[in-house]
Design a binder for this molecule. Structure first.
Ligand code: TYM
Length: 338
């Protein structure tokens, strides 16, 4: 039997556009912190990305840029494993088996599919629908015990737990762990700068809605200055943010960037207007993000280095997944090499 790790982290990000502040505050900064104390596996999920159309050259570029962004943000590719999903066949193999374990009713409940497919569900790819089975395979191919994500992935992780439980039950084996999501309080759900009710996202047509990790200091400052707010001053306590989605979002961003809480931010800024607050927020955002942006730009120039990192990561990832896949195939009743 392959070993049962107790502190293995897996997480992924789609190389389907530029990484933004939501990805950073909701997930990546936690990925960096978890490198102390966990065995970490981080993946650019290019197979998830193609569930909606990706221009091949753009996908490749975004994969290299994503790797550069993660290293620039503090992922150490020597201690952690950093790779792109399609280089490790275990993901696709296990995803097929899991799509035979998961039930159609489970997939039908996934809100992300409903959001992404929109009104014209008949024209969405089959891959977009079965996406959560691939996500479960990503995690369980490594028997990962902890998965750091933003709030929007919570439902997918519940499905991963259901798949693990059903597989263990159906095949009477204690092979898969019941994975724990790691969702931080501040930053778990960063909203669009233009609409406090919509998630900050790579696919929003308005570039003003998000801060990209490639934005320079002037662009960050301009986007924060133009961020939507309301006419009131900031409240002194979190309860005063009720019904003020845009204000809450900016306070959350400040709290997450500083590693504090809404309470602490409002203790400093309660009673002040947005002009002052936005100026301070933009200073903090630039101070935190500029070093990442600069390092990322330098790394992105060196495709040879990034290729080596991804190849090396894929090799190490495949070595961990191989015994798990062999065990799964044996349990399933497939004839395996004799
Ligand atoms: P993706 O590429 O949409 O986002 C990557 C990570 O960033 C988080 N995130 C946010 N957090 C806070 N506020 C936001 N506005 C925001 N937008 C994105 C996401 O929650 C995520 O943690 N399905 C996943 C990728 C994936 C994966 C996995 C994750 C594939 N396999 C296995 C964990 C484990 C996705 O599309 O993330």
């Amino acid at each position: 039997m392959s070993s049962q790790p107790t502190n293995r982290v897996f997480s992924g990000v789609q190389p389907s556009g530029q990484l933004h502040l939501g990805n950073y505050l909701g997930a990546i900064r936690n990925w960096v912190a978890l490198q102390d104390g966990y065995e970490c596996i981080y993946c650019l999920v290019d197979m998830h990305a193609i569930t909606v159309w990706q221009e091949p050259a753009a996908l490749k570029k975004a994969t290299f840029e994503g790797a550069a962004a993660l290293i620039a943000a503090g992922i150490d590719p020597e201690t952690s494993i950093l790779f792109n999903q399609s280089q490790v066949a275990a993901h696709a193999e296990l995803a097929w088996i899991f799509s035979c374990v998961a039930r159609i009713g489970w997939m039908d409940r996934m809100t992300q599919f409903k959001d992404k497919a929109g009104k014209n569900k008949q024209r969405a790819s089959v891959g977009l629908y079965t996406y959560p089975a691939l996500m479960a395979a990503d995690i369980l191919a490594y028997k990962a015990t902890h998965v750091p994500v933003g709030e929007d992935q919570k439902q997918h992780l519940e499905l991963t737990r259901d798949i693990a439980e059903k597989f263990n039950h159906d095949y009477d084996a204690d092979i898969f762990p019941i994975t724990e999501p790691l969702i931080q309080e501040e930053g778990a759900r960063i909203m669009s700068l233009r609409d406090g009710t919509a998630k900050m996202s790579k696919s929003d047509p308005s570039d003003l809605s998000r801060i990209n990790l490639t934005d320079d200091a002037d662009t960050i400052a301009r986007k924060i200055r133009k961020a939507r707010t309301d006419a009131e001053d900031l409240p002194s306590e979190p309860a005063g943010l009720e019904g003020r989605a845009e204000a809450r979002n900016l306070v959350d961003i400040m709290a997450a960037l500083n590693g504090t809480s809404q309470e602490v931010v409002l203790r400093d800024f309660g009673g002040k207007g947005f002009a002052d607050f936005k100026q301070s927020l933009s200073d903090v955002a630039v101070a935190k993000l500029s070093p990442i942006t600069e390092k990322m730009a330098a790394l992105a120039e060196d495709e040879t280095y990034l290729q080596t990192v991804l190849d090396n990561g894929a090799e190490r990832a495949a070595a961990i997944a191989a015994p798990v896949i062999a065990e799964v195939k044996a349990l399933t009743g497939f004839v395996t090499p004799g």
